[in-house]
Design a protein around this ligand. Sequence first.
Ligand code: GTB
Length: 214
Amino acid sequence: MSPTITAFEQSPDHGKGQARDMRIRWALEEVGQPYDVRLVSFKAMKEPAHRALHPFGQIPTYEEGDLALFESGAIVFHIAERHVGLLPDDANARARAVTWMFAALNTVEPPIVEREQAPYLERDKAWYDERLPLLEDRVRGRLNELSNRLGDADWLDNTFSAGDLLMVTVLRRLNGSGMLDEFPNLSAYVARGEARPAFKRAFDAQLAIWQARQ
Ligand code: GTB
């Protein structure tokens, strides 16, 4: 049975693949698992039927038989555990790949999201002009550390893994900010991820939803 995921009926990013269903789509494409998508409106997301799947009233969710999951990291981990291709067989390499999954979501993504949200949550506040450069510096700090660790390597730990998949989706949130361009090895890393056929299939599928509604 194919799993069913949820995605925005009308994504605020207009099909740029920034919403977190993109991670799930990409993971499923990497492992060759077909899937169905149920589109949800912002209103439906907050109603009991959806909250039964996602306590915080968000997307993405993942349903497979009687299993229902939320949290993009947990869903990608579930897919990676059940299929070949996103986590190495070697136990230590696997543990390191999982470490990179956590690093992407817990260490790199939070400052990026905070900086991304400031313009629409705090622009009218007295502190905004002073706070924005501080938030940007926090992002740059993390990017600098990640850039130093990646160096000239293609992927974070030898071979492409779920850790890279999540890290690339996190870094893509900086598209249009110009910040990634300051770190050429990270820009190249993101481009390498985006060049994977599975990424392209996932991207095209979510873009098609946006285009069909125009
Ligand atoms: N920690 C959860 C996870 O990783 O799954 C976070 C889930 C989450 O933030 N979901 C967002 C959501 O449902 C969509 S992805 N928001 C609606 C709500 O909370 O009411 C975040 C997102 C949304 C839009 C853009 N964009 O337009 O660029 C980018 C990212």
